[in-house]
Design a protein around this ligand. Sequence first.
Ligand SMILES: Nc1nc2c(c(=O)[nH]1)N[C@H]1C(S)=C(S)[C@@H](COP(=O)(O)O)O[C@H]1N2
Ligand SMILES: [Mo]
Length: 407
Amino acid sequence: MQHMNSEAQHDFDRRSFLQATAGTALLASGNSLFVSSLAAAENAQQADAASKLIVHTRISRNAEPQLDALVESWMTPVDQFYIRSHAPNPEIDRGSFRLQVVGQVERRLDLSLDDLKSGFTNVSAIATMTCAGNRRSEHSAVKPIKGVQWREGAIGNARWGGVRLSEVLKKAGLRDSAKHIWFDGLDKVDYRGGTIPFGSSIPIEKALADSKEMPGALLTTHMNEKPLTPDHGAPLRLVVPGYIGARSVKWLGRIVVSDRPSPNHYVATAYKLVEEGTKLEWAEGGPLYRYPLNSVICTPATGGKLKAGKATVTGYALPPGQAETTIARVGVSTNGGQTWTRANLTSAARQFCWQLWKAEVPVTPQTTDLMVKATDSRGHTQPATVNWNLKGYMFNAPHRVKVDVGG
Ligand SMILES: Nc1nc2c(c(=O)[nH]1)N[C@H]1C(S)=C(S)[C@@H](COP(=O)(O)O)O[C@H]1N2
Ligand SMILES: [Mo]
């Protein structure tokens, strides 16, 4: 029970404890709690009554919104934003909190939340966050994959408020040897019998890639104009526009300026594309940084009943995490990709942000499924298939939903 530290976490765990003990096995082993995998699977099927999200796991929180709710607005409300955490939320005292900046710098920094707020320019930017494991369940359908079985909701678009990473790095003074910036969280992830912080790193070029409206990376205290919630990394998290969510470290405690990528497990071994997981493959594979071009049908849902005639289809499309790239067009097919109906893009087109779309397509009793495919402003289109990989990352083949059309 040692994880029940912060009050919010305590309430949450107490609630899940009560739910878990109500009908399913709960095993206390050593100092951790394990809900039986059967119970976890059952839980994953149900929407949590207290939140609007579909909960995959409770002790480390992993949850995603229902797709119809997700595309109700271009800016994702915090209570509809997916949560992906590898460990329970850490307890952090705002008053004594200090962000450390160390490594290949002229001077080390030790910054309180007030120092960050008053010592640097306050900026905000809208950017989409998505997990490299979004749509993992479609990889799993080919061959089962361990881990959270994300559907298509591990994505959200928010306004992130804070200070530019580059400004903080400039204050510390980068030495010539500086090539990569490491980020360590204050959480404790179980790893090989001990614990490690969740960590990431990004190339220095990305850290310094500020444009007028978009920082290369942002040290954020706010999400959609409100202080970050514990689930999303309070009091301070990194946000790296265009990169997989795993690079945007929550509960950020330490920045290390280095001449190489971070040795943290989540850079050195996880978040790579490997097939068998041999030592050689892990060593050869490069860390994933940018997320890929993607699109998803959010309504109707799989199994949806439609009337023959015109059907309205809605969803999201995500340009790849490359600067100055947006969605050029989205097509919906009702005949397995032989012909495509062009969708209307119904929200703003901006780099590093998803776009919502809506299409009217003809359906007949012979229509069995709907399919979507996006093309970006550089002329790239989603691949027809994606190679299966051991961790189930980066699934971005055209999304299909099965539908049932009545006469
Ligand atoms: N410290 C820490 N940061 C983290 C994680 C984590 O488990 N611990 N998960 C990462 C992953 S894999 C993703 S996809 C995003 C999810 O951010 P969100 O929970 O705010 O949606 O946070 C990233 N940052
Ligand atoms: Mo993720």
